[in-house]
Design a protein around this ligand. Structure first.
Ligand SMILES: *Cc1c(COP(=O)(O)O)cnc(C)c1O
Length: 412
């Protein structure tokens, strides 16, 4: 009998609330993860992939101009957007894909909203010679054509989900259903630090490479730990990846930035830690979810698809209750300002998700002194958001460009 030394909960949150048929698969995954996590061969192979394929370590860049513009503490940017496929998602995807390979799986499945996680999964599947199916709400497929196109080029089958609101939460349900029917050969590659155990822990583990690198890089650059870390929070994987290696150092403040969307009316935002956020059990785990008083999940809105989700990492829900991680929110308009600010001062185009962290970080910097240091996680780069940012910031020229494209002749 195998005795479990770890808990499947983070305080009162987490667990695994899934149909009976999934329990053996989750247990096998848990066992394989704890076995390979500390296996030197596995660690070497993953390290090599992160270095040679994903482009790690990513730079910790001293943003001198942004520091001067904000006035006070020294601002560093962790450049996750420079990784292969353009966001931190690849860290987790490579870890899980390698694990799936070790477990003898021949197929990866994933669900995706914006398409970023689907794209990273499709890339890893191609790299490892695995079959790949990506479930995506029909509405999201319409909104995210470029990623659908790229996933298909990489050999993934993108499956439109027509149930419910035809967005991310319906894609999650479809992926879970498919997994139950094809457990033997399939690994469900979950993209954020949530879902049934062991996913929240496993995803956080693979993403913690971000914080471990920052620790080392700060020692070299500043000879001391940072005073504050700032990251945007969708499901919670880039923030936990940055925060986790620092959680024991009480002097390091951790700030998570949620998506304030168009305002604080229900349905207009994705701020789980707001009056609309209530404890609940959904899609396999216990956490805080945006729901109405009858427990119906509320619709969410954010200009950034990666932050547009009703649930959040159970570990973050716990860390917030313990007072170890603080949460704030930044709305759509402020995020666009954050994007423009970083472009103008540093020539760096952040993902709209990361722009939330930039907007808040630049403001927060004023409350620190000149000899203190802040690290903002630039979780991704902004090319993927062209269709949204161009329309919002340069609408007339953008629409003109699109109509010219339509009328152009068909040669290359
Ligand atoms: C997916 C995504 C996020 C949000 O997901 P987390 O799990 O909270 O990190 C943030 N930034 C980018 C660039 C993303 O692609």
């Amino acid at each position: 009998m195998n005795r479990r030394k770890h808990s499947r909960y983070f305080g009162p949150y987490g667990g695994r609330f899934v149909p009976e048929m999934l329990i053996p698969a989750l247990s096998k995954l848990e066992e394989a993860f704890f076995h390979f996590r500390d296996d030197p061969g596995f660690k070497n192979e993953l390290d090599r992939l992160l270095r040679t394929y994903a482009g790690r370590p990513t730079p910790l860049y001293f943003a001198e101009n942004l520091t001067h513009e904000s006035g006070w503490c020294r601002i560093y940017l962790k450049m996750e957007g420079l990784t292969h496929t353009g966001a931190h998602k690849i860290n987790n995807v490579l870890g899980q894909a390698l694990l799936a390979k070790k477990m003898g799986k021949t197929r990866l499945i994933a669900e995706t909203g914006a398409g970023q996680h689907g794209l990273a999964t499709a890339a890893a599947a191609a790299r490892f010679g695995l079959e790949c199916k990506v479930f995506m709400g029909e509405v999201d497929m319409d909104r995210q054509y470029p990623n659908v196109f790229f996933m298909r080029r990489m050999g993934a089958e993108v499956i439109p989900v027509r149930e419910g609101t035809r967005t991310l939460k319906d894609a999650v349900n479809a992926a879970l259903k498919y997994w139950i029917e094809h457990l033997e050969e399939t690994h469900y590659l979950l993209g954020s630090a949530l879902g049934p155990f062991p996913y929240p822990l496993m995803v956080r583990h693979f993403q913690s490479v971000i914080g471990r690198e920052v620790k080392r890089q700060m020692r070299k650059l500043e000879r001391r730990p940072p005073d504050v870390l700032v990251a945007c929070v969708g499901g919670g994987s880039n923030s936990l990846g940055l925060f986790h290696p620092f959680l024991r150092q009480k002097s390091v403040r951790c700030v998570g930035v949620e998506a304030g969307g168009r305002g604080m009316k229900p349905g207009e935002h994705a701020v789980r830690f707001s009056p609309d956020g209530r404890p609940g059990i959904l899609q396999g785990y216990k956490s805080t979810f945006l729901q109405d008083e009858y427990g119906q999940v509320l619709p969410t809105h954010s200009i950034s698809a990666g932050l547009d989700y009703a649930g959040i990492s159970p570990e973050l829900a716990h860390l917030r209750e313990r007072g170890r991680v603080e949460f704030v929110s930044v709305d759509d308009r402020q995020a666009l300002e954050g994007l423009s600010l970083l472009c103008r001062t540093e020539g760096i185009l952040p993902a709209l998700e990361s722009a939330h962290a930039v907007a808040y970080g630049a403001r927060l910097a004023r409350t620190f002194s000149r000899d203190q240091a802040m690290v903002i996680n630039i979780s991704g780069r902004g090319d993927k958001d062209l269709f949204i940012t161009a329309r919002a910031l340069d609408g007339e020229n953008w629409l003109e460009f699109l109509s010219r494209e339509l009328s152009r002749d068909q040669s290359y």
